[in-house]
Design a protein around this ligand. Sequence first.
Ligand code: NAD
Length: 496
Amino acid sequence: MKTVPLFIDGQFVPSRSEQFIDVTNPADNSVIAKVPCATQGEMEAAVESAKQAFLEWKETPVSQRARVMLRYQQLLKDHHDEIATILAGETGKTFEDAKGDVWRGIEVVEHAANIASLMMGETVENVARGIDCYSLTQPLGVCAGITPFNFPAMIPLWMFPLAIACGNTFILKPSEQDPLTPTRLVELFVEAGAPKGVLQVIHGGKDQVDFLLDHPSVKALSFVGSVPVGQYIYRRGTENMKRVQAFAGAKNHMVVMPDANKQQVINNIVGASVGAAGQRCMAISVVVLVGEAQQWAADIQQELAKVRPGLWNDPDAAYGPLISPKARERVLALIQAGKDEGATCLLDGSGFTLKGFETGNWVGPTLFGDVTADMRIYKEEIFGPVLCLTNADSLDDAIALVNANPYGNGTSIFTACGAAARKYQHEIEVGQVGINVPIPVPLPFFSFTGWKGSFYGDQHAYGKQAVRFYTETKTVTARWFNEDIPSGPNMTIHLK
Ligand code: NAD
């Protein structure tokens, strides 16, 4: 049985822990590896090594730091399919979707290779006679990242490449449910020439996260995961005076106007709702049918009914199993709640299983109509292949519904009308908006900007905002005396 190593002080080391968690293949729940819960001593060693490495790494020229990212980007590309295979094996994602997970991470590494431009400060000459003012961007020290199961390549890559390119050192605590992919990412980072100690990996669950939240040498913490854990991490981290960015759960609405192209709408709904078994924080989980578009429910049902889950290496499979039996139980309980609360179950995937893999965490595509805002299936994040249809009389009503929702990760509008799209983009209280694009995840030169209950903090992931999150600004006001400038005491606060 493979045991996942820790990565401390530049070495992959077996943990001395007596506590291990099973890593499973979600298609049949067979155990494929064991991941340790790092001990106190091992975590202390990781922080100590990261602190020491910071002293040298922050002095390493920015172009040298960028070159590590350039080499890393190439290695990730060279090993793209191999990483995707590991990823598919522990998440159950289809191979194509697993490749997308890796690719969206590679794009962030490409962005991190531009770090010199991203770290540029500002300068104003002659803020007073002979005085210039300029800002410097400096790293914070040891930063940490806690990542979820659903994107084991992309989300770690949202974090450590940018933090490290900024001159920080980094401790990653990946999801205990799929640690094999991040382990491979780290091996390649070492191969890319990352110096000893700039990156450390500890494994485990709550106790290991609490260690990072409480350790005084950890200056900033990035988290992606569920709402309760995100709120907990934000509260405890900021209570300990750390910088925290916490990306949490979502309920993403697609508003469908009756002037939209019906077939395009339906194609987009299918992929965006049940793709990756609905385990995407930007998945469409609610479709708001406006006016005449309400008549499209039957066509949506027909198209979703064609979707077949399957094994990661089956090219005809649309999506794979859920990550764990616990996740499946939660989704099945919510499907039952939808039925009990009076939503119309137009398609029921709760009985689905894959022949020969009956012990896996399968749920078939599921569709509810006539969903109202007071139902649990509307209020709670399902994180499964379950789509809710709800109705609105007008665009104003649709906007009011979306704005009343506590989450604000992503949303989209499908319409042929520029004015409706412009109104939606302007009035909607959601951080990422798609116009005829169902899952509007920004590319890394922008930032990933969830709002409201989907994000706690102020600076978001990647883009320029991540650089601000992982750095401190220092502003210098400088005068070099020469004979022309009168000296003598200045008794005011004006620069003269
Ligand atoms: P999770 O919150 O269960 O786990 C995330 C991380 O937190 C893991 O590393 C886990 O070990 C750790 N953790 C779990 N319980 C903890 C506790 N009590 N105290 C401290 N740490 C704890 O999330 P998950 O199930 O792995 O991921 C799915 C969730 O992530 C969904 O809610 C999804 O919407 C969200 N997500 C959000 C985004 C975003 O950008 N907003 C992106 C991806 C996923």
